[in-house]
Design a protein around this ligand. Structure first.
Ligand code: SF4
Length: 497
């Protein structure tokens, strides 16, 4: 059992503010597998780092404390030295007071002291940014600095490439921080005392997912049984807890006179009977899928700092597609396109897309509003193809609501994503044989291929490209097989299981 209080840091303080138990594990089990960042989190860190660097250009002339992040004491000493100079700002300034380290993204000189600028790679100010700024101001004041202002500097959703002069918005949060400072010393003391003891007993609750998903949820939350009421499609947490408190822990327990939405009623019927439910209305819903069909799926990247014309921070930009197009003589032709480098991929992608969809009467997508948004973006960026792209948009039909509103299989598990519906309706076809198996990894790997592909060995680059092509192709082939299955259900008009 630990006996010495551990030193705190800004990130530890924020973790402890969410939950003491989480902080205890972070400090005493730093190698816990739950703390390994996912590819998506690594991507966010990397983009956040780029945003931090870019932000310095908007507060120019500063001195950077450029030391490895683990050399805290050296960074504190280097910051002290830097403050003796006349530079208007210090970037990555580090301080230690109250047994707590804090790093300040940008410390700006003000007429009578200093301003703390916390840089955030988000498109808006969020309440969870406040304690972050508050603990910095607390530690800096304890270290003897006259901090008279606190700001959050975040990305500006109105900014459009190539004009990045307004990439950031600086929000003055001084008054809010002054109010939030009151509780900081007590909380720091409480965290230090807690860390010196055994693992605290903290009950699970709303704080486990707010403001961030806790990495230790699997450890703390009890395993729920199959078809737990929380698996009812899009049920809000409060309602699920109410049902559980009323004695209905699983969908099997729900009484027949309970008032339910149409989709929930279908789900309950399917789960309680152990059979897939197919509504007679499916026949009519399938009439919109008139051949020849093309099945379309886009993959996108999302960059904090935009780099192509008209793009805003974090805009989802289509950089890859797969199309399976029905051929008149039977069978399918497969078309695909993927960006090969850092240039704006949209003009070439739009051209290939128009060609791939030519001749299709309807274009099938899964959650078509996403494909619609991508096509609208292409229309703006490639005006010479605007008419053809508009025709593609007009021909879009959505397979997702066709399933959601007419079919429920007990194995859907309360969701209608392709990853849920495909293995249930088309056994044997899934993503498990692919190296890229989900959209989050696809986005990260697409960014790697496009922006850093030139640095990769040729073999690795070719393999990465192939993995991404196979993933997107699987999405459109999944739609082909799902529609085939739905048509067979209508033909049989049976509840199959
Ligand atoms: S799951 Fe909840 S209770 Fe457990 S450590 Fe995380 S936040 Fe704390």
């Amino acid at each position: 059992m630990p006996s010495q209080p551990a030193r705190l840091s800004k990130s530890r303080y924020l973790s402890g503010l969410q939950c003491h138990k989480q902080l205890w594990w972070r400090v005493h089990e730093p190698e816990a597998p739950e703390l390994a960042p996912s590819p998506g989190q690594q991507n966010l860190f990397a983009q956040g780092h780029d945003v931090g660097e870019r932000a310095r250009q908007h507060v120019p002339g500063g001195e950077l404390i450029d030391l490895p992040f683990y050399q805290h004491d050296n960074m504190v000493a280097a910051t002290r030295e830097a403050l003796k100079h006349e530079a208007p700002a210090v970037y990555e300034a580090w301080f230690l007071a109250d047994d707590t380290y804090v790093g300040v993204d940008i410390l700006e000189r003000t007429p009578r002291g200093y301003g703390v600028i916390e840089v955030k790679a988000s498109n808006s100010y969020k309440p969870e940014h406040l304690p972050d700024a508050a603990v910095q101001v607390h530690v800096l004041r304890r270290a003897g600095l006259a901090v008279e202002r606190a700001e959050v500097m975040h990305l500006n959703p109105q900014c459009r490439y190539p004009d990045l002069s307004n990439l950031f918005i600086r929000e003055d949060v001084t008054a809010l921080v002054e109010g939030a400072l009151i509780g900081v010393p007590d909380e720091l003391a409480a965290q230090r005392a807690m860390l010196a003891g055994a693992l605290p007993d903290v009950p699970i609750g709303e704080h486990c997912t707010r403001p961030y998903d806790c990495p230790f949820i699997e450890r703390c939350w009890p395993k729920t049984p199959d078809h737990h009421v929380s698996r009812l499609y899009r049920i809000d947490r409060k309602r699920a807890l109410e049902l559980e408190a009323d004695g209905f822990a699983t969908i099997y327990d729900l009484p027949s006179d309970l008032e339910l939405s149409v989709i929930h009623a279908r789900q309950v019927k399917a789960v309680q009977s152990g059979r897939m439910v197919v509504e007679p209305t499916l026949t009519k819903a399938l009439a919109q899928f008139g051949s020849p069909l093309a099945f379309l799926d886009f993959e996108t990247v999302s960059l904090a700092i935009p780099r192509w014309p008209g793009c805003r921070p974090w805009q989802q930009v289509p950089v890859q597609f797969s199309v399976h197009a029905e051929e008149r003589g039977g069978g399918f032709a497969h078309h695909q396109w993927i960006a090969g480098g850092p240039d704006d991929p949209r003009p070439a992608l739009a051209e290939a897309l128009v060609e791939a969809c030519a001749g299709a009467r309807k274009i099938v997508a899964y959650y078509a509003s996403f494909e619609r948004e991508c096509i609208r973006q292409l229309r703006e960026v490639v005006p010479r193809l605007a008419k053809e792209l508009e025709r593609i948009e007009r021909r879009l039909v959505d397979l997702l609501p066709t399933i959601r509103n007419h079919v429920y299989h007990p194995d859907f598990g309360g969701g209608f994503s392709l990853k849920k519906t495909l293995p249930a309706l088309v056994p044997g076809l899934s993503y498990s044989d692919l190296r890229v198996q989900d959209g989050e990894v696809a986005t990260v790997e697409l960014q790697r291929l496009m922006l850093r592909g030139a640095e990769l060995p040729a073999g690795e680059r070719a393999a990465l490209r192939e993995d991404l092509l196979r993933y997107c192709e699987r999405d459109t082939w999944a739609m082909v097989k799902l529609l085939e299955k739905l048509r067979s259900l209508v033909a049989d008009q049976l509840d199959l299981f």
